[in-house]
Design a protein around this ligand. Structure first.
Ligand SMILES: Nc1ncnc2c1ncn2[C@@H]1O[C@H](COP(=O)(O)OP(=O)(O)OP(=O)(O)OP(=O)(O)OC[C@H]2O[C@@H](n3cnc4c(N)ncnc43)[C@H](O)[C@@H]2O)[C@@H](O)[C@H]1O
Length: 143
């Protein structure tokens, strides 16, 4: 049986000077790819607990800094070294705009980017699809 990896995270946006910007962070290892905060689900941890823990560890935001849209969720799957991986993201808004991003040693850079630039940076089709879906929700319901 092939064990499936499972990771969870938050696609975080902020309202900045009349625009919507998404947080992406660049890994300090491997291909140095850009992703929202996310990581592997630990034993005895719910998916949402993982998303919050990873967001705190990787970006420094706690749940009080954010509004989390628990009904707005995107699940994607891809293969890593031949093994299937599922990643679940929820949409979240940064409410505490004074709170700076605090990176861990897993990332070397971060950026707040409007949709088009975030899609260019994210590189993978599935991530672009997720960003577009979340952005549609923001445009329709939150702008
Ligand atoms: N190469 C490496 N060298 C040293 N340490 C490493 C390492 N890879 C992982 N680690 C260690 O693993 C830990 C990460 O653990 P966690 O922080 O818990 O987990 P993660 O974000 O899910 O890990 P990862 O970065 O591997 O996942 P992703 O799916 O984005 O990325 C996995 C692969 O999938 C690709 N990928 C990402 N998103 C994709 C998508 N949407 N579609 C297709 N491929 C995608 C990425 O380019 C990447 O190649 C770190 O502590 C780090 O030290």
């Amino acid at each position: 049986m092939t064990l499936q990896q499972r990771a969870c995270g938050l696609v975080i946006f902020r309202r900045f000077q009349g625009t919507i910007q998404y947080l992406l962070m660049q890994t300090s290892y491997g291909e140095h790819h850009w992703t929202p905060p996310k990581g592997h689900v630990d034993l005895d941890e719910s998916d949402m607990e993982t998303a919050l823990r990873e967001t705190q560890e990787e970006a420094g935001f706690v749940s009080n800094d954010l509004k989390i849209f628990e009904d707005v969720r995107h699940e994607m799957s891809y293969k890593v070294k031949g093994k299937p991986k599922i990643v679940i993201y929820w949409l979240a808004e940064l409410l505490n705009l004074d709170k700076p991003v605090r990176l861990s040693n897993e990332h070397q850079a971060f950026d707040w980017l409007p949709l088009r630039e975030a899609c260019d940076r994210a590189k993978y089709d599935e991530m672009r699809k997720a960003l577009n879906e979340f952005d549609n929700y923001v445009s329709r319901n939150l702008s």
